[in-house]
Design a binder for this molecule. Structure first.
Ligand code: 9WN
Length: 502
């Protein structure tokens, strides 16, 4: 059971999980202009000239940096100035991976700012609120979540989580610049990352099968995906919960692109129920209306253990337990979430024991796991290449089955293309021996952004940008792709051995 405690996260985490030395003091700079490196020279290798926009890859690189600079706020990067004016958890992971290519100091600072809101029980809030942003500028804000100040200096956040992509980010930043500063950061982050994993693997193992459950669609990061429709149907769509509450998203984004009011009412009701239950996790299937095992969330949970194994090796901690955990999680994903009828992974409703019937891109993301059984990886790659998801030279993978009756090219997570998901799939293709397809997917992502800009997501047929226009993770991950011309930026064999355990 998780409870809101009063001990300091620093005391709890540092004392219990590692013998690593105390880290150097964290960065204190605020608003310092980044020291941006120039674009890598090998960047144009294998990339076709584009006559549509006339933008060079240099332009793309500089514009990505400009987006990240414009979205930098004191000690973190906001996903979007208009739609998402605070700091988001898995956004911070993707953003810092891109920042690692141009300003590692800022990358570390960004992630640190997120972890300052970590709870004593290990959970990392899905949003960390900026006290300088007015309550009306994002709903639901801090007043809604009512999370108590958990320790002195604790930042305000929500009580729910997002996919655990942070250990991957920490490892990526370190390996881009493995200097003393980064080593100190590894030591600071390691116990905190372990605590975050422990929280998910213990308090959130509601299905008792070795996977973490999410208790809200917002925890998945793929918030509005059809993957949740079946489980959400058990949650009453009582529009009354929206009375007296003003949705902010529909004021700054097109209504047709955002969740319906019915779904938003369900989202709000679920958040209220979890909050009013004291953010407790005991007996979730009995007490809470939405308890789901998500393939993407759990794939990142396993990948995080691999990243922790690599980090542990560098700081002199035994990587073995992390590798063993990673293998167990991958195995549990395969045993619990595989659907032999569809040939892909699906979300599991823990309360009913049923897999969601929807074919969603979240079911392809376990491809990022190097220890996924080869036949499963082959099936996922075939699915990604099929008409349902439409990976091609021209277009990255859509977020939902293109042939489904309710495929919606503009409503978020119900059809559009997202760069973060495709960036993950690109790594999966690379790690499962498909370098040509990985390179092709990389080109498709770059083409899309070059044509349409740094949008939050993209129309899966026309490629038009949808959602927020200057979106941070799109810019950050494009920086990472641009700095990696072959799409094959492999870790060294030593690092790979630590990460894969092979
Ligand atoms: C709710 C910030 C976040 C992303 C999510 C995306 C969207 C928020 C919203 O924006 O979610 O957390 O208000 O719709 O779905 O993946 O982290 O970019």
């Amino acid at each position: 059971m998780s409870n809101i405690g009063t001990t300091t996260a620093t005391e709890t985490l540092d004392a219990s999980t590692t013998t690593a030395a105390a880290p150097a003091a964290g960065p204190t700079t605020t608003g310092t202009p980044p020291t941006l490196t120039t674009r890598p020279a090998a960047l144009d290798a294998g990339y076709p000239a584009d006559s549509v926009t006339g933008q060079t890859l240099d332009d793309l690189w500089h514009m990505a940096r400009a987006v990240l600079d414009a979205n930098w706020s004191h000690n973190h990067t906001v996903p979007s100035r208009t739609l998402y004016p605070h700091q988001w958890s898995w956004d911070a992971a993707f953003i810092s991976i891109g920042l690692a290519r141009v300003n590692p100091q800022r990358a570390w600072q960004d992630l640190r700012s997120l972890f300052l809101a970590q709870w004593p029980d290990g959970r990392v809030p899905h949003i960390v609120f900026d006290p300088n942003v007015a309550e009306r500028d994002y709903f639901p804000g801090p007043t809604f979540w009512q999370v108590p100040r958990l320790r002195p200096g604790h930042s305000d956040g929500t009580g729910i989580v997002q996919p655990p992509a942070h250990a991957i980010a920490v490892w990526e930043i370190y390996r881009r610049s493995p200097d003393d500063r980064s080593l100190a950061e590894l030591r600071w982050f390691y116990p905190r990352l372990v605590a975050a994993q422990d929280y998910l693997l213990t308090c959130r193992d509601a299905g008792r099968g070795g996977l973490a459950s999410i208790v809200h669609p917002w925890e998945s990061g793929l918030d509005n995906s059809p993957a949740w429709d079946a489980a959400l149907s058990a949650v009453p769509a009582d529009l009354g919960v929206l009375a007296g509450r003003q949705r902010h998203d529909n004021r700054v984004a097109a209504v047709a692109h955002r969740p319906t009011d019915e779904d938003y009412a369900r989202f709000v009701a679920l958040a209220l129920a979890y909050r009013d239950g004291g953010y407790r996790d005991d007996d979730l299937p009995g007490r809470h209306d939405f308890v789901v095992e998500c393939p993407t969330f759990n794939a990142l949970l396993s990948a995080a253990e691999r990243a922790l194994a690599a980090i542990a090796t560098v700081i002199g901690v035994d990587p073995g337990p992390h590798l063993a955990r990673a293998r167990r999680i991958t195995q549990a994903i395969d045993e619990r979430l595989w659907n032999p009828q569809t040939g892909m992974y699906h979300a599991l409703d823990v309360r009913t024991g049923r897999l969601s019937p929807a074919r969603c891109v979240s079911g392809l993301v376990p491809l990022i796991l190097p220890d996924l059984p080869a036949p499963r990886a082959a099936a996922l790659m075939a699915m990604a290449e099929s008409a349902r998801f439409g990976i091609s030279a021209a277009m990255p993978v859509a977020s939902y089955d293109r042939t489904a009756d309710d495929f919606d090219p503009v409503r978020y997570w119900r059809g559009p293309v997202w760069i973060n998901i495709n960036w993950l799939l690109c790594r999966g293709l690379r790690d499962h021996g498909r370098p040509a397809q990985a390179a092709q997917l990389r080109t498709a992502m770059l083409d899309l952004v070059r044509r349409s800009g740094y949008y939050e997501y993209f129309h899966p047929v026309t490629g038009d940008g949808v959602g927020s226009a200057a979106f941070s993770w799109t810019a950050a991950l494009v920086l990472d792709l641009l700095a990696d011309p072959e799409g094959l930026d492999e870790v060294t064999s030593d690092q790979a051995a630590a990460v894969t355990g092979r």
